[in-house]
Write a protein that binds this ligand. Structure first.
Ligand SMILES: [Zn+2]
Length: 301
């Protein structure tokens, strides 16, 4: 099947309401969807934080923005239209992880190897989990609120029970870190969000790598834009910030590897502008088409 024609067909179907198009910002570490927007222009933040990986990522078009098409609910009802009632691991599979993650088969067996425990809590719900903590890093992660609590488990094993409380609320707070010893843990969970939460206690290392370590090709925003397919979707609200970040990366590389530091500053800047310009030109061609209306020289600059 021709890739360009397939993308064009999906875009046309989205325009007439058969599919809902989504621009998803991905975490390159774990493959999670950090944010999903209906237009590229809405992808505005300079950095998107992943609470699982405890890292921030810049939404570069070529690597981190995924384009997906989901059948519209008026055409056909699917489970993903009501994520609030999906079974826990279907929520992780269909809502949290992107299409870039090549999840193993059988999926449930891989999940069981990667977690210690999981629970579903309705708004206002509480739970107490009793766990044997192994040495290493353990993460309490909740996908609906993207909240996480890191447990740094080290030192002498203990038989004394340790206690820890974790609250979930709608605010995406930075990840916390608690130091504990290997041994029994009484983990108290409380949901103060206005939505269901699905916390799980994750191990780190080989089991998680086996679950999330494989990647597969996905439709990137860059692929869509470079083919000129999506100008109707984003020309009205182009994300100049995304263009600037992309050109900025090219400029940074050019600054390090291009002109000699001994050259006059004006010459260095001229050289870098020449290197960055094709990047901006390609982006504009993607947004506006190969034969756009003439752009005023001042605007193009
Ligand atoms: Zn991540």
């Amino acid at each position: 099947m021709d890739e360009d024609r397939t993308i064009t067909t999906f875009l046309r179907a989205a325009r007439i309401g058969i599919f809902d198009l989504s621009w998803n910002v991905l975490c390159p570490g774990c493959g999670s969807v950090l944010d999903a927007k209906a237009t590229l222009g809405a992808v505005r933040r300079e950095v998107y934080e992943c609470q699982i990986c405890a890292a921030g990522h810049e939404p570069t078009l070529d690597e981190l923005v995924e384009v997906t098409f989901t059948v519209n609910h008026r055409v056909r009802k699917i489970d993903a239209h009501t994520p609030e009632i999906l079974p826990i691991w279907e929520y992780y599979r269909q809502i949290l992880w992107s299409t870039a993650v090549d999840l193993p088969d059988p999926f449930n067996a891989a999940i069981e190897n990667a977690i210690l425990e999981s629970v579903e809590l309705p708004p206002g719900g509480k739970a107490i989990l009793s766990l044997p903590l192994p040495t290493g890093t353990v993460i309490v992660f909740e996908p609906a609120t993207h909240a996480s609590q890191f447990l740094d488990v080290r030192g002498e094993p203990t038989s004394a029970r340790q206690n820890l409380s974790v609250l979930f609320n709608p605010i995406r707070a930075p990840s916390g870190m608690a130091q504990l010893q290997p041994g029994p843990l009484r983990l108290m969970l409380e949901n103060r969000a206005d939505t269901r939460v699905l916390p799980a206690v994750w191990l780190t290392g080989a089991a998680v790598h086996d679950l999330l370590g494989k990647r597969k090709p996905f439709l990137t925003a860059n692929r869509l834009l470079s083919a000129g397919h999506a100008r109707a979707h984003c020309a009205s609200a182009p994300s100049l910030h995304v263009m600037a970040s992309r050109c900025g990366r090219v400029g940074a590389v050019a600054w390090k590897s291009g002109p000699s530091p001994e050259a006059p500053m004006a010459d260095r800047i001229t050289t870098i502008v020449q290197l960055v310009r094709p990047c901006a030109e390609r982006f504009l061609t993607g947004l506006l088409g190969r034969n756009p209306r003439p752009i005023a020289p001042q605007a193009r600059q």
